[in-house]
Design a protein around this ligand. Structure first.
Ligand code: OSB
Ligand code: MG
Length: 379
């Protein structure tokens, strides 16, 4: 498999509804789309970096810089036997997992399209449909939260996640439990608390939540291990799991009982498969996280979720919750039983509407392999 051309685009798409986490509110999604060409086939990747370094240290500008100046020279014109060979080829670049993952995702799509197989099959997945959950941001009032939960339950989603932060936690959970009873419910704090909040967080135990996601600092493992010993609610780590090695350490320390997998956070699909397999071998259930992706990244998330240890519903909801219209047509939809069909066509299996891609583009750059490619030697 040879990557003959790389195109980067920075896109801006308005969100249907603002999205608020403990680190802020956004109204538009700014993200990079990667296009690769090779062997007469075009493939796509989506970068999950944001405009700001609040969820992770990466931003669209750092990802653009790393891809253009360090990733592209290591992949353009190089013959890769398999997309799993990309991540090791980028080893000299420390960190910047979202930048690496965007290119690596497109390489998996290229590989799958060249073989005429769906991405799910190439990744080793099994299912035809995946279980879908929904992530509800921080609202302006408890009444708005109730209305949002009611709407998503009516749409069929198999579990509800609500974002929490200090000042928007116990009352929000209590409101949802009181109104909707024993629904599958979890919370995500996006690193908004410290270990000193342990007694406060323990008050969530009486609500029988499926899990509390990333309560403590984004790069912490040790404090989460201490916190888990003080809670009956399982901790799920998101931000803290930046590598397979970090997951091994977190599991060994007892810092979590569940892990959320986002390929962008760990450097791509090959690393995500390794993380999935590690968790399976340690009886740690996993689910697929979401980063408000467009249909391109959303489709990839669906394909990865077909692996067997994705045993809990993921943050993979219908396109129409985020973008109207999405970049793809038809959009991703959720059935009334809260499942999403895995696209069956080659690669991502979704159709990107070029005119929508063009209209959303703020910035563009293209890189082509020289005729006699001379890949960088060593690192
Ligand atoms: O922590 O899971 C998170 C969105 C942006 C950044 C971080 C997170 C999220 C979500 C949204 O929870 C999930 C989705 O895509 O619907
Ligand atoms: Mg999270």
């Amino acid at each position: 498999m040879q990557i003959e051309r790389v195109e980067l685009r920075l896109l801006k798409l308005p969100l249907v509804h603002f999205f608020e986490t403990s680190f802020g509110r956004i109204y538009d999604k700014h993200f990079i789309v990667v296009t690769l060409e090779g062997g007469g086939v075009t493939a796509y990747g989506e970068c999950v970096a944001d405009q700001d370094p609040y969820y992770s240290g990466e931003t669209n500008d750092t990802a653009w810089h790393i891809i253009a100046d360090f990733v592209v020279p290591r992949v353009l014109g190089v013959d890769f036997a398999h997309p799993r060979d990309l991540f090791p080829a980028l080893k000299a670049i420390r960190g910047h997992n979202m930048a690496k993952a965007a290119i690596e995702m497109a390489a998996w799509d290229l590989f799958a399209r060249q073989r005429g197989e769906p991405l799910s099959r190439v990744l080793g997945g099994e299912r035809q449909r995946i279980a879908s959950g929904v992530s509800i941001g921080i609202q302006d009032s408890l009444g708005q939260l109730e209305a949002a939960v009611e709407r998503e339950l009516a749409a069929g989603y198999q579990r509800i996640k609500i974002k929490i932060k200090p000042g928007w936690d116990l009352a929000a959970v209590e409101t949802v439990r009181t109104r909707f009873g024993a629904i599958p419910l979890m919370v995500d704090a996006n690193a908004a608390y410290t270990l000193a909040d342990a007694p406060h967080l323990a008050k969530l135990d009486r609500f029988d939540l499926m899990m509390i996601e990333q309560p403590l600092d984004y790069d912490d493992i040790g404090d989460h291990a201490q916190l888990q010993r003080q809670l009956t609610t399982p901790i799920c780590l998101d931000e803290s799991i930046k590598s397979v090695h970090a997951a091994e350490q977190a599991i060994a320390a007892g810092a979590c009982r569940i892990i959320n997998i986002k390929p962008g956070r760990v450097g791509g699909y090959a690393e995500s498969i390794r993380l999935h397999d590690l968790c399976a071998s340690r009886q740690i259930p996993v689910w697929h996280g979401g980063m408000l992706e467009s249909g391109i990244g959303r489709a990839a998330n669906i394909h990865l979720s077909t692996l067997p240890n994705f045993s809990l519903p993921g943050d993979i909801a219908a396109s129409k919750r985020y973008f109207a219209p999405d970049l793809i047509d038809p959009p991703i939809d959720v059935a009334s039983d809260g499942t999403v069909a895995v696209p069956g066509g080659p690669g991502l299996g979704v159709s990107i509407v070029q005119e929508r891609l063009d209209r959303a583009t703020l910035r563009r750059a293209a890189f082509a392999a020289p005729v006699h490619a001379n890949p960088p030697q060593g690192v």
